[in-house]
Design a protein around this ligand. Sequence first.
Ligand code: ATP
Ligand code: LTN
Length: 334
Amino acid sequence: MENNEVKKDVVFSAIQPSGTITLGNYLGAVRNWVKMQDEHSCIYALADLHTITVRQQTAVMRKNILDAYASIMACGIDVEKSLFFIQSHVHTHAELAWLLSCYTQFGELSRMTQFKDKSAKHADNINAGLFTYPVLMAGDILLYQADKVPVGADQKQHIELTRDIAERFNGLYGNVFKVPEGFIPKNGARVMSLQDPTKKMSKSDENVNGCVHLLDPPEVIMKKFKRAVTDSEACVRYAEGKDGVNNLMAIYSAVTGQSMEQIENEFAGKGYGDFKTAVGEAVIEELRPIREKYEQLIQDKGYLEECYRKADEIALKISLRTLNKVKKKIGFVL
Ligand code: ATP
Ligand code: LTN
């Protein structure tokens, strides 16, 4: 990142390396990360500390971290323009999370819908980290004095909590934190499972056909779209009660830039078979260069390491400024 130019807005976001990156992650978040790189000072992270709120296998987790790093770079994150680091390599994140947890109320965290969903899904492991997860996320954002946070719609509540924590802290100690804004795209903010369109598409979906992964080969992507759940009306139109078709239309719209009305016109008089094939083809073409770039990047682990080590070091420097300020304001002796 260049420091000697006109001050640009700071953008921060992160993604968990909890499995292969999905079409939902891409359309809801990562695609915007890429788009924002020219106009903003962008800082992105792999939120690996967040990932252990759900039990991981050691070897799988190691592989997922490198894979996710290479996949996100393959989407178009340019390490010459943006910082892209690994959260657990920068100790300020865990440290600020502790400090902020003392400024976050139990009641606030109890209202988080992701906590409720994830504790229902992992009833055998409702650990304290799952509960305090949004505080770690707030710390990630506030450490960099971020102006904007590009995320999918499911993260809106966490961004609001981050703002509340920042405002509360600023109210007590003066202007310490920038109060960030969420940046949620119009199209693709909430991609739903292809098998159960009332549930969001998620990396950790048990039904593999519900979720398209960025690295799925073209024939697998097409098969998943062909099997997507629709309805019995056989008419491509966006309407209440047509969750499956609405989801496919939203994906097609996010990828091609067409409005719902244009899509309805394009497929007037055609059946779902034609429509599903068109959505599959559009997604395959969008993801093809990403998969090719990934194959190339993952071969060169040395280069990947060079990229994240460099970014880790800069992230530490930037974030220490905020952490030290916070500690001083609270009353720690530095
Ligand atoms: P997990 O299944 O492990 O909870 P996830 O797939 O929900 O993971 P995250 O790492 O939690 O993904 O999220 C990374 C980013 O992707 C966030 O900004 C999130 O809002 C966005 N995102 C996740 N799923 C979707 C989706 N289905 N549609 C749009 N955006 C999404
Ligand atoms: N909690 C997010 C991932 C995440 C994040 C962040 C997103 C961790 N830290 C900071 C934006 C900003 C998730 O689970 N989707």
